[in-house]
Design a protein around this ligand. Structure first.
Ligand code: PMP
Length: 451
């Protein structure tokens, strides 16, 4: 089929409904159509080059068009692209399951595959509920969640989410949860900072919910270490550990969502390592294939797995699966992703980059529109507000305007509202980090000078 660049632009606006996108606005603007990638760079159909400062929505790890990941994919492709795992198996999904169990906290011994983060969380919720169902504890129906949480866009994941602008419209369709406040917002408002006192306050609130309702509670679900989609809102240190202790004390599950934080983003392979936490469920996605193919997993314990064992006629098994569950290609790439982490010492190489990022972010404090800077490892957010500290009106799309400006100097951003997100591929070099930050600083100043 013959087509020109103009055809692509036209057809994109005519046929393609983009996710999380106001299509009325999208159709009025020029957005890049990417054609290829190389390392941390993306190239659009006009050959313009951009640093991928958001790792293609937080999933790219070792760079685009990576020879080793390409080869792993091609090698598997020449054998078979997909075979079902409903009642049969395939080599890459077996090997990957073993590798994942080896690199995650020791209490996690079983791997259930899916394709995206939302599904991995949906599966954790269903499994957790179903565990108690199989045990005959049918009155357990509720999860404890956090305000501002984000676990994906399917109805179950939205039910345990708490971002008003994304989730409010669906309220009548959602199941009920018990909610704790968003730790970052709560601590800032009440204590002015993320301190131990605030952590204890939050944990006491959790204890109160558990004391009143633990017989009806299935578990607690949290993002690991930071509420990413809410605008990079970290928890007080030790909060995760405190939640783990309470969940054990009250006999409810602790579900940790490492979809965004997993695979090195916080400086360790998984954030749970930093607090010595071993949850009952841990979900992974995004970086699991280095940003190549959709794959996600729900890891769980022997205890949970065993509750689904029984004679066939007992029908205790987990009635859940997707067409592409445990896809051969995705699993083969995920194995190579892990090999690269080990052989290229990705996490060791990352440490000086984290320090550099932290140091350079300090400079942003000088800008009058920078309201707050938040960071966990290599994940960061810069919140922009008016000089008087009031948020910009939502419809002004200030974050997007800054992002569009940055494209002119070859950096691709995708903000969360007016929070400029920095989620660079882990392989990015110091000089490239500098280019991203210099560009962002310039774009903020140039866009907001008049405000
Ligand atoms: N959990 C977290 C913590 C996330 O940040 C995201 C995506 N940003 C998801 C779940 C959903 O993952 P997916 O988009 O792959 O469904």
């Amino acid at each position: 089929m013959d087509f020109s660049r103009e055809d692509l632009i036209r057809w994109d606006k005519e046929y393609f409904w983009h996710p999380f996108t106001q299509m009325k606005v999208y159709r009025e603007e020029d957005n890049p159509i990417f054609e290829r990638g190389e390392g941390v760079y993306l190239y659009d159909i006009y050959g313009r080059k951009y640093i991928d400062a958001i790792s293609s929505l937080w999933c790219n790890v070792h760079g685009h068009n990576h020879p080793r990941l390409n080869n792993a994919l091609i090698k598997q492709l020449c054998k078979v692209a997909h075979t079902t795992t409903l009642g049969s198996s395939n080599i890459p999904s077996i090997i990957l399951a073993k590798r994942l169990v080896e690199i995650t906290p020791p209490c996690l011994t079983k791997v259930f595959y899916s394709e995206d983060g939302a599904e991995a969380n949906e599966i954790a919720l269903k499994m957790a509920y179903h565990y108690f169902y199989n045990k005959g504890e049918r009155e357990r129906k509720y999860f404890i969640t956090l305000s501002n949480a984000y676990h994906g866009d399917t109805i179950g994941a939205v039910s345990v989410g708490g971002i008003e602008i994304f989730h409010n419209a669906y309220k009548p369709l959602l199941f009920k949860t018990f909610k704790l406040p968003s730790p970052y917002r709560y601590c800032k408002e009440k204590y002015g900072e993320l301190c131990d006192e605030c952590k204890e306050d939050l944990l006491n609130r959790l204890r109160n919910i558990l004391e009143t309702h633990h017989g009806e509670v299935i578990g607690i679900i949290l993002e690991s270490g930071i509420q990413a989609a809410a605008g990079m809102l970290p928890y007080p240190k030790g909060f995760l550990k405190g939640v783990e202790k309470l969940s054990k004390e009250f006999g409810v599950f602790f579900i940790v969502d490492e979809v965004a934080t997993g695979f090195g983003r916080t400086g360790t392979l998984f954030y749970v390592e930093q607090e010595g936490v071993c949850p009952d469920f841990m979900t992974l996605g995004k970086g699991i294939t280095g940003g190549y193919l959709p794959l996600a997993v729900t890891l769980t314990t022997e205890e949970v797995f065993n509750a689904f064992l029984g004679d066939f006629g007992e029908a205790k098994h987990f009635y859940h699966g997707h067409t592409y569950t445990g896809n051969n290609l995705a699993c083969a790439v995920a194995i190579e992703n892990l090999n690269i982490f080990e052989e290229e010492k990705t996490l060791e190489e990352l440490q000086p980059k984290i320090s550099h990022l932290a140091k350079r972010l300090e400079e942003f404090k000088e800008l009058p529109w920078v309201y707050d800077i938040r960071r966990l490892g290599f994940m960061a957010g810069i919140e922009l507000r008016r000089r008087d500290g009031e948020p910009f009106p939502y419809g002004d799309r200030i974050g997007f305007k800054v992002a569009y400006k940055a494209r002119k100097r070859g950096v691709f951003f995708r903000p969360l509202g007016d929070v400029m997100v920095l989620m660079m591929p882990l392989v990015i070099e110091i000089g490239e980090i500098d280019h991203v930050l210099d560009t962002l600083k310039w774009a903020i100043e140039d866009t907001l000078r008049a405000f």
